[in-house]
Design a protein around this ligand. Structure first.
Ligand code: ADP
Length: 481
């Protein structure tokens, strides 16, 4: 089964969110199960710098307003990769989607149309004599890949489109359609048009043979007006083609038994090292040691999605119980400032670091007793899974992948609340404090959380089954001896 995996970021070279972690974890897991998965990514400077074993550039000529497009075959991690060399579009520092001032690059429609158009160029088998059975695109950046494939007509690879976060859609003015090189009739409700503009997410949802998203609960939620971000109608119409497959996590990167960032290793069977990690975290965060209450960690983008404004308003009882809060995050300026103000108001008990720091993130999961993810919506969420494997009990809202990974109740692994409202979060936090007061109960929950199997193998099996459903002839059954 040959699969072209089309996306934009990849841990550790380039990461703005969980998508980078997924892109680093899923392709190797698929390859381990026998699929010939190869990556197609824009040659952003950070990815180009990380490329191993580069080979000779393949010229594609001018495409979508970019004068000289080429492909750089290489390896990233252990996965064969093509980087799209289009300096005019991709050779820009920093965030792949935003300029230095935090605004979208004005030519984003063309920049990411090019990603989809190059993916479709693989359909004729002219690139490295490698013709994919399936083109698998991720999030709006790759949303036009299924459209360009559909525009080819005739025999073509199957297309799969995965929604990692429906709230980022790639919506552009109608005029941008003229530059995309798609058939004129694609600018229609049954096509890439959405409320008078061009919408890359809509294109992926409409044209892909199958749509997946990153948890079963999110797959159901996005068919409703509350979570559909305006796409609920399309998604409802395509419900038969939509499937939720829960993300895994990369247990090579997230393993407290051999994590070089930690003060001491620990495991479920030998959890003692976690105590040293807790002390090290409190010291690193500049907080008073010997906390009798739980240390609550947060590692997150600071956007309205994540519900951390609710958490800010709810922490007083935790601090009254001699607990601590350690937050690492960045995002909305107002939310950053509000958390910094909270830390100033509670010196010694609330520590806030604004920024992005991979090593500190590992130390928070290892040192915290609990980790809060009170999201208003959460397609899958990875941090609650990292927390569980590191023995930190998750405090989460029952939505998306949080609902699918954390269980509450007598045999639970965490604390789950329903309404995205302060009283519901406060009640869950009160239950957390009650459980903390019963060490045997807390430790039993911790052991269950650390025992969860979140590896990528299970998800990879589901994706492979989906590819086989679409292209059953790709992997002929072995001929009998
Ligand atoms: P999202 O993709 O919505 O941001 P996820 O939970 O799926 O949320 O993935 C977030 C990823 O980014 C996790 O790997 C998390 O550890 C990491 N992360 C988020 N904020 C930071 C930060 N400030 N510093 C380091 N890592 C972060």
């Amino acid at each position: 089964m040959r699969v072209l995996y089309v996306s934009t970021e990849l841990h550790p070279a380039l990461k703005t969110g969980g998508l980078a972690d997924v892109n680093a974890g899923l392709p190797p897991a698929l390859r381990a199960q026998g699929a010939d998965v190869r990556l197609l990514l824009p040659a952003f400077p950070a990815l180009r710098a990380a490329a191993q074993a580069p080979r000779r550039r393949i010229a594609l000529g001018a495409m979508l307003g970019c004068p000289d497009v080429g492909l750089l075959p290489c390896r990233l991690g252990a996965v064969p990769t093509w980087l799209i060399d289009a300096p005019a579009y991709y050779d820009r520092p920093g965030n792949p989607y935003l300029d230095a001032s935090g605004a979208d690059w004005p030519d984003n429609a063309l920049r990411f149309a090019l990603l989809g158009a190059v993916a479709a160029r693989f359909a004729d088998g002219g690139i490295g004599r490698w013709r994919p059975h399936v083109v698998h695109g991720h999030d709006w950046h790759a949303g036009l890949a299924p459209a360009y494939l559909a525009a080819r007509g005739g025999a073509r690879p199957a297309s799969v489109f995965t929604v990692h976060n429906l709230s980022y859609q790639g919506h552009f003015a109608a005029e941008s359609f003229d530059d995309l090189g798609l058939p004129a009739h694609f600018f229609a409700i049954d096509g890439v048009e959405y409320h008078g503009g061009v919408n890359f997410m809509k294109a992926g949802l409409h044209f892909a043979d199958r749509i997946t998203t990153v948890s079963p609960t999110y797959a159901a939620e996005i068919q409703t007006a509350d979570y559909g971000c305006g796409m609920e109608g399309v998604l409802h119409a395509r419900a038969g083609a939509l499937l939720g497959i829960l993300n895994g996590i990369d247990t090579r990167v997230w393993d407290p038994a051999q994590d070089p960032a930690l003060a001491a290793p620990f495991t479920r069977a030998a959890p003692a090292g976690k105590r040293a990690c807790r002390a090290a975290l409190l010291a690193a965060a500049g907080l008073a040691g010997d906390a009798a209450g739980p240390v609550l960690g947060v590692v997150s983008r600071l956007t309205a999605q994540k519900g951390l404004d609710l958490l800010r308003a709810a922490v007083a009882p935790l601090l009254a119980a001699d607990g601590r809060v350690v937050l690492l995050g960045s995002g909305d300026a107002g939310e950053e400032a509000a958390w910094q103000a909270l830390a100033r108001a509670h010196p010694g008990t609330v520590a806030v670091r604004v920024g992005y720091d991979e090593t500190y993130a590992h130390r928070i999961f290892a040192g915290a007793d609990a980790v809060a993810v009170p999201s208003r919506f959460e397609p899958c969420g990875l941090t609650q899974m990292y927390a569980m494997l590191y023995g930190a009990l998750p405090l989460v809202r029952r939505t998306g992948g949080l609902a699918d990974t954390v269980s509450d109740g007598p045999d639970g692994t965490g604390f789950v609340f329903d309404a995205a409202e302060l009283p519901a979060l406060q009640a869950a936090l009160a239950r957390l404090l009650q459980s903390w007061a019963e060490p045997a109960r807390w430790q039993a929950m911790q052991a269950r959380a650390m025992g969860a199997d979140f590896g990528w193998a299970r998800a990879a099996r589901r994706y492979l089954a989906l590819y086989r459903e679409l292209r059953p002839q790709a992997d002929p059954p072995p001929t009998p001896a």
